[in-house]
Write a protein that binds this ligand. Structure first.
Ligand code: UDP
Ligand code: MG
Length: 334
């Protein structure tokens, strides 16, 4: 099948598509989102781009507002909607994973998309076209960042630079708006790590992949659920779960310091022999401040990895599913 696809002959069957939508406190926007996404799925079905039993799977990530109740109402009305509700707030990455792992049992392709309609839903056509042409993974990449503040824009650019410097294969400006085929999802299911950074992990799997560009809009309603601390955690996880280069940098730094101190040591001894016993107050203070600082930062970095090892050795479940709503046939016949 793949061989033919490479020759440009689309031989894939019309896929069953599952849209996986993580939701955390999205009561302001969720009904609108369900409506817009539902219409899009119906249209794609009519156009014959996806199979008739495609669905939208909401993942409730421990919302504390009315999101879950609204989701149940939406799913009760129309079998096109399915609800996976997690037992607590496990975070965006785990919510997506939970949805993908659940959806792969029914779907041929899964596309993850945010609940707030910021990511242009019309891009689904391009995602599907690329799948039909043979891609197993398709990354949605945002065209620009004008809907973000200068802070988010600046930190994001800096972050991607740093990630690439540290050897991560992460795709710049790709934020989990992504298509994965069942084959790719089954492969992803083999990765058992607790510290999950999908954006870094998936490109390392190595399936035929493609990039689709889409426009980013302002949030339909509600506010960003990614607090600064959640963003920093994601950024740190992204680096430390994909690369051990920071640890090596500590070793390199240690070596440079060692050489430097060797030179300083020799000069000091030579000075002493020559009787130049000048009190080098500034020098000693600077040296001890510098070494103290570097030591502490190094310990912090090592601690971060030790913490990761600790969490991994526990083999805890990455999410726990509380309730699951899924109905056999879509309401198309209604
Ligand atoms: N989200 C989640 N769990 C969390 C935080 C966010 O499932 O702990 C979901 C959220 O409901 C949304 C998506 O992740 O569908 C992206 O979050 P948001 O739009 O707040 O982030 P931003 O677009 O501002 O980066
Ligand atoms: Mg958003």
């Amino acid at each position: 099948m793949q061989e033919n696809a490479k020759e440009g002959v689309a031989v894939r069957e019309i896929p069953i598509l599952y849209l996986v939508v993580p939701c955390y406190n999205e009561e302001e926007v969720i009904e609108k989102s369900a409506q817009v996404m539902g219409e899009k799925i119906r249209r794609l079905e009519k156009e014959g781009r996806i199979a008739g039993n495609s669905k939208i799977m909401f993942v409730n990530d421990g919302s504390r507002d009315n999101t879950l109740r609204l989701l149940h109402e939406i799913a009760a009305e129309d079998a096109m909607f399915s609800v996976v509700s997690l037992a607590g707030n496990y975070g965006h990455q785990s919510a997506i994973l939970a949805g993908m792992m659940m959806a792969r049992k029914y779907a041929d392709v899964v596309i993850t998309i945010d609940a707030d309609l910021q990511q242009d839903i019309e891009a689904l056509d391009k995602f599907l076209a690329s799948y039909m042409a043979g891609s197993e993974v398709v990354y949605g990449v945002r065209n620009d960042r004008h809907s973000d503040g200068t802070f988010k824009k600046g930190t994001a650019t800096l972050y991607y630079k740093l990630m690439h410097l540290l050897g991560s294969k992460v795709i710049a400006n790709h934020a989990d708006y992504r298509l994965m085929s069942k084959k790719a999802l089954d492969a992803l299911a083999e990765y058992k790590e607790t510290n999950l950074f999908l954006r870094g992990l998936i490109p390392t799997m190595g399936f035929p992949s493609d990039v689709v560009y889409f426009d980013v809009k302002a949030r339909e309603a509600g506010h960003s659920k990614y607090t600064l601390s959640k963003m920093m955690t994601l950024a740190l996880d992204g680096i430390t779960s994909m690369s051990i280069r920071p640890l090596r940098m500590i070793a390199v730094l240690g070596f440079i310091f060692f050489l430097f101190f060797g030179v300083v040591g020799v000069t000091v001894v030579v000075d002493w022999i020559q009787g130049n016993n000048v009190p080098g107050y500034t020098t000693s203070v600077l040296v001890s401040l510098l070494t103290g600082g570097v030591t502490l930062v190094s310990l912090g970095i090592i601690g971060e990895y030790v913490g990761k090892i600790y969490m991994e050795t526990k083999h805890r479940p990455r999410y726990i599913i509380d309730t699951f709503v899924w109905k056999e046939d879509n309401a198309e016949e209604k």
